[in-house]
Design a protein around this ligand. Sequence first.
Ligand code: ADP
Ligand code: MG
Length: 315
Amino acid sequence: MWRMQSLGKAFYMTDVEVERIRKTLTETKGKDIKERFRPCVSNAEYRFKGEVMPEMMRQMMEDEEDRSYIFGNMDHVLEDFFYNGSTLARSGFMKRLYEFSPEEYKKYYPRFIEFMFRNKIFDANDNLVETLTLDEEMVDKMGRLLEEVASMQGLHSSDVEWAGAGKYSIAYKIGEKVIKLGRDRLSDTVPDHPCVVKPMYDKKLVVNAQRGTEEYLEVEDYLRPLEKYSFKENEGIVLDLFTKLRKAGWVWVDSRPDNVGKTKNGTYIILDRDAIYPEDYFEEHKAEIGKKISLGNFERYEKLRLAEMDSQVQE
Ligand SMILES: Nc1ncnc2c1ncn2[C@@H]1O[C@H](COP(=O)(O)OP(=O)(O)O)[C@@H](O)[C@H]1O
Ligand SMILES: [Mg+2]
């Protein structure tokens, strides 16, 4: 079965949607792929729009007629239809292509890697400023790393799945591991603490030698998403981690549910190791840090922590 994945969960398009796409594809057979895409998207329900292309791809690969288009226009397929690495990984397209033709897969593997780890940089108003791409050497390195982490677990690079992205990092899941590439780390310090994920591989890299962009590469355990979605529902989990780190002398500034995951054993830990400062350093450089990252979450959880301490004293 070839299905979309969303936030680590299987995402199911309704049968009605799938049928609608099939019908549109049949009606537009023979036309240019871009022309076929438009009616599929405009006919889709709003919440399925992002899933239309992968589903189209799935159906087209089943259809002999369109395979040559896919193989002959891989650049277009990537650029125009998958938008970014998240849709590519979530669509299962790589797996599908590998099953269909290992040679074709191998040929496009470097393109997939480059596409997956492309880093789009937005300004404060969410306008795209620039797109950083990996240079050839880095593409090769990341490609081999993915293969290695996959084969270590008896898997293949095409088993890659989407883990998530933040403002700075892009993370892919492969088996029980995550490969994460990020830029601009806010703090140089990383706590060695049981509440914070410990990578098996952690390296600072210069990704684009010409531009001198620094990126950080980590391989670590895959952490499961929290069961609850809202900020409020996860408040207790975040506060608990915040308090434990605070007791150990660390200030977790970017304290929010997005940065927490669940281990296989069901323990909640921090997966984003950035912006956790030693207490003394934080007190001294608060204003400076505040310019790089909002202190809102810190203030919120600090308040909650103090209130909890007060109530414990009174009891
Ligand atoms: N170890 C992991 N397990 C599962 N998902 C992860 C892991 N690391 C990162 N992610 C996903 O990638 C996103 C971005 O990673 P994160 O470390 O928070 O980087 P950023 O600094 O960009 O916020 C996370 O919010 C999460 O969805
Ligand atoms: Mg984060």
